[in-house]
Design a protein around this ligand. Structure first.
Ligand code: FAD
Ligand code: DHB
Length: 390
C-alpha cells in the first residue's frame, strides 16, 4: 500500500493532522496499535485554546464543539480560603477558552474521517518505521497475523509519549530534557453539576485541587496525591471529603456529589525531545513533548504542532516549497518551550511539594496574591492560559 503521509497514532494530533490533510486533498493513512473503542474510553484533557478551536473548524470538525462546548471567559484561583477570578476576556482583549473534552474532540474527528472515507487501521501491532533518513520511508505493522508495509513520502509520529516513532530515532540524534514531579493527579468524573460555573484551581496546604467540568451536568475533579497512592484506597467518599477540605468554604458547602464513573491517577512530567524532525519523520504532540496538566496545555500544544506541520506539508505538495517543513522543528519547539515553562510555573505555584515547609507555602501565597492583584502579572497569566499566538 502507498500513501503520501503515514500517520502513526489516532489520538487528537494524528486525527487532526489527517483531517486537515484530507480536506486539502493530501492522501494519508492512520495506524494505531489499539482499537477505536479503547481510544474513545480514555479520559484526558478538557480545555481548548482559541487556536485549537479554529483548527478544528478548519478541519470541518467543529460543529458539535460549538453546539455543546462551554466557552469560558475566566477561571478562579483559590487560596487562603478565598476565590480570585482571572478575567481572561478582559485581560486579553476578548479571548476565551472552550471547555470541551478530548474524548469528544477525538470522536468528532473520527466521525469526520469515516464520513470522508479516509483509511484508519486500528489494532495494528509491531509498528516499525523504516528509511526515514531517505526520501522514500515506509512503515510496517502486523494486523490479523500478517505483516503489511505502507510506503509513503513522509511519516508523522503522532503516537504519544510511549509510541514507536521517537524510539526509532538513534539516541545520538536526539536530545531529551526532562523533569519528573514528586506527585500525581487523582482524577474523578461524575454526573453531577459542577461546583462552580467556571474552573477553580486551588492551592491548599493539603495539596492542589482542580474543579473542572465536561458539561453543565458532568464534573471533572482532580486532587494532588502521592505517586505511590493506590486507586483502590480512594473510595468516592474519601475523594469528596478530601476535595471539600481543599476548597474555600463556600465551594465546599456547594459541592454536589454522585458516584464516580472514572477514577485514575496520572503522573506529572515535563519532557521535550529536540529536534522534532529527522529526515522524512516529524514528531508531533506528546511524542515530542509532555507538560504537567496544570496549565491545560498538552492537547493544545499537540494542535499547534499540527498547525505548523500541516502548513509545511501543504506547501510541499501544492507549492513545491519545503520552507515550512524546514522550519517545522524550530517553530514548534519555540512555542512548545513557552508552554513547558508556563505549565512548570503553574505546577510549581499551585502544588505542595513534599519536604517543603511553611516558608514555601507563604512564598506561593505571596506569588498568588501578587498575581491576582497586579494587572501586569494577571495579564501574563491570562495570555498564556488562552494560548500564545502560533
Ligand atoms: P495521544 O493522545 O497519546 O495519542 C497517541 C496515539 O498513538 C494513541 O491513540 C496510541 O494508542 C497510539 N500509539 C501509541 N503507541 C503506538 C504504536 N507503537 N503504534 C501505533 N500507535 C501507537 N492534557 C491536558 O491539557 N489536561 C489534562 O487533564 C490531561 N490529562 C491527561 C491524562 C493522561 C492519563 C494523559 C496520558 C495525558 C493527559 N493530558 C492532559 C495530555 C493530553 O491528553 C495529551 O497532550 C494529548 O492526548 C496529546 O495528543 P497526541 O495525539 O499527541 O497523543
Ligand atoms: C482539565 C484538566 C486540566 O489539566 C486543566 O488545567 C483544566 C481542566 C480537565 O480535565 O477538565
Amino acid at each position: 500500500m502507498r500513501t503520501q503521509v503515514a500517520i502513526i497514532g489516532s489520538g487528537p494530533s494524528g486525527l487532526l493532522l489527517g483531517q486537515l490533510l484530507s480536506e486539502a486533498g493530501i492522501d494519508n493513512v492512520i495506524l494505531d496499535r489499539v482499537s477505536k473503542e479503547y481510544i474513545l474510553g480514555r479520559v484526558r484533557a478538557g480545555v481548548l485554546e482559541e487556536g485549537t478551536v479554529e483548527l478544528l473548524d478548519k478541519a470541518k470538525a467543529g460543529a458539535r464543539m460549538h453546539a455543546e462546548g462551554l466557552p469560558h471567559d475566566g477561571f478562579s484561583l483559590a487560596f487562603d480560603g478565598r476565590d480570585h477570578r482571572i478575567d481572561l476576556a478582559k485581560l486579553t482583549g476578548g479571548k476565551r477558552v472552550m471547555v470541551y473534552g478530548q474524548t469528544e474532540v477525538t470522536r468528532d474527528l473520527m466521525d469526520c474521517r469515516e464520513a470522508g472515507g479516509a483509511l484508519t487501521i486500528y489494532d495494528a501491532s509491531k509498528v516499525q518505521l523504516h528509511g526515514f533518513e531517505t526520501a522514500s520511508p515506509s512503515v510496517s505493522y502486523e494486523k490479523d497475523g500478517t505483516t503489511h508495509r505502507l510506503d509513503c513520502d513522509f511519516i508523522a509520529g503522532c503516537d504519544g509519549f510511549h509510541g514507536a516513532s521517537r524510539k526509532a530515532v538513534p539516541p545520538d540524534a536526539i536530545k531529551i530534557f526532562e523533569k519528573i514531579y514528586p506527585f500525581g493527579w487523582l482524577g474523578v468524573l461524575a454526573d453531577v453539576a459542577p461546583v462552580s460555573h467556571e474552573l477553580v484551581y486551588a492551592n491548599h496546604p493539603r495539596g492542589f485541587a482542580l474543579c473542572s467540568m465536561r458539561s453543565e451536568t458532568r464534573s471533572r475533579y482532580y486532587l494532588q496525591c502521592p505517586l505511590d497512592e493506590k486507586i483502590e484506597d480512594w473510595s468516592d467518599d474519601r475523594f469528596w471529603d478530601e476535595l471539600r477540605r481543599r476548597l474555600p468554604v463556600h465551594h465546599a458547602q456547594a459541592l454536589l456529589t454522585a458516584p464516580s464513573f472514572e477514577k485514575s491517577i496520572a503522573p506529572l512530567r515535563s519532557f521535550v525531545a529536540e529536534p522534532m524532525r529527522f529526515g522524512t519523520l516529524f514528531l508531533v504532540g506528546d511524542a515530542a513533548h509532555i507538560v504537567p496538566p496544570t496549565g491545560a496545555k498538552g492537547l493544545n500544544l499537540a494542535a499547534s504542532d499540527v498547525h505548523y506541520l500541516f502548513n509545511g506539508l501543504r506547501e510541499h505538495f501544492s507549492d513545491h516549497s519545503d520552507a515550512g517543513l524546514d522550519t517545522y522543528s524550530e517553530k514548534a519547539l519555540a512555542r512548545a518551550w513557552k508552554a513547558v515553562r508556563f505549565s512548570w510555573w503553574m505546577t510549581t505555584m499551585m502544588h505542595r511539594f513534599p519536604g517543603t515547609g511553611d516558608f514555601d507555602q507563604k512564598i506561593q501565597e505571596a506569588e498568588l496574591d501578587y498575581l491576582t492583584h497586579s494587572q501586569a502579572a494577571s495579564t501574563a497569566l491570562a495570555e498564556n492560559y488562552v494560548g500564545l499566538p502560533y
